[in-house]
Design a protein around this ligand. Structure first.
Ligand code: 5GP
Length: 200
C-alpha cells in the first residue's frame, strides 16, 4: 500500500476551513489529525473528537516529552499536533489532514518536505467578520483579536502550494479533491511501480 498524503490546511479564523475539513473527512480516504489545545471547549466540542483539551501545564508536559510534532501560540492559547497518529495514518494509506495555523505549518514544512500545503481564504474580510460574528462562539474581544491575526495570516499566502478561495463549500471541496488527485500522480510516489514495470 502506498503511503497517504500529509495535507496541511491553514486559513484565517472564519475562512471556513473547519467546515471544509468536516466535509472532507466524511470520506474515509481522509483522516483528521486531532490537536491538543489549552483553549476552552466551545459548546458542542468533544474531548478527543475536536481537540484534546489540556491545561497549560499538561500541554507543557507534552512539549517536554516531545509528544508534539509542532505547536504554536495562537491568540493566547497553545495548539499542537500529536506526533504518533500522523505517521500511523499515512502508513495505513490515509490522507492525513492537519488543520493548523501558519506558524505550525512552517514547522511542518521543516519536518516533512513532501507535505502538501493548502491555504483557505475567505472571499473578503467583510465576509470573514460576518462568519465570525455569525457563528457566535467567541466574545467580541476574541473576534477582534482573530480579525487582526487574520490580516497577518493572509500576508503569508505564498508559503502555501495552493490557495482555495472559499466562496461555496462544494467548489472548495471539489478543488481540494483535485489537488489530492494530482498530488498522488507525482513522480516521487512512483518508485515501486516503475520498478515493477521494468521487471515485468
Ligand atoms: P480554533 O480555536 O478556532 O479551533 O483554532 C484556532 C487556530 O488554531 C486555527 O487556525 C486552527 O487551524 C489552529 N490550530 C488548531 N490545531 C492546531 C495545531 O495542532 N497546531 C497549530 N499550529 N495550530 C492549530
Amino acid at each position: 500500500m502506498k503511503e497517504g498524503l500529509k495535507i496541511v490546511i491553514s486559513g484565517p479564523s472564519g475562512s471556513g476551513k473547519g467546515t471544509i475539513v468536516k466535509e472532507l473527512i466524511k470520506n474515509e480516504q481522509f483522516m483528521l489529525s486531532i490537536s491538543a489545545t489549552t483553549r476552552m471547549p466551545r459548546q458542542g466540542e468533544e474531548e478527543g473528537v475536536h481537540y484534546y483539551f489540556k491545561s497549560t501545564s499538561e500541554f507543557e508536559d507534552m512539549i517536554a516529552e516531545e509528544a508534539l510534532l509542532e505547536y504554536a501560540n495562537f491568540c493566547g492559547n497553545y495548539y499542537g499536533t500529536p506526533k504518533a497518529p500522523i505517521e500511523e495514518g499515512v502508513k495505513n494509506g490515509k490522507d492525513v489532514i492537519l488543520e493548523i495555523e501558519v506558524q505550525g505549518a512552517q514547522q511542518i514544512k521543516q519536518i516533512y518536505d513532501d507535505a502538501v500545503f493548502i491555504f483557505v481564504i475567505p472571499p473578503s474580510l467583510t465576509e470573514l467578520e460576518k462568519r465570525l460574528v455569525g457563528r457566535g462562539t467567541e466574545t467580541e474581544e476574541v473576534i477582534a483579536k482573530r480579525i487582526g491575526r487574520a490580516k497577518e495570516e493572509l500576508a503569508m499566502y505564498k508559503e502555501y502550494d495552493y490557495i482555495i478561495i472559499n466562496d461555496t463549500l462544494a467548489d472548495a471541496i471539489d478543488q481540494i479533491n483535485h489537488i489530492v488527485y494530482t498530488e498522488k500522480l507525482r513522480s516521487s510516489r512512483f518508485e515501486v511501480d516503475i520498478e515493477r514495470v521494468i521487471n515485468n
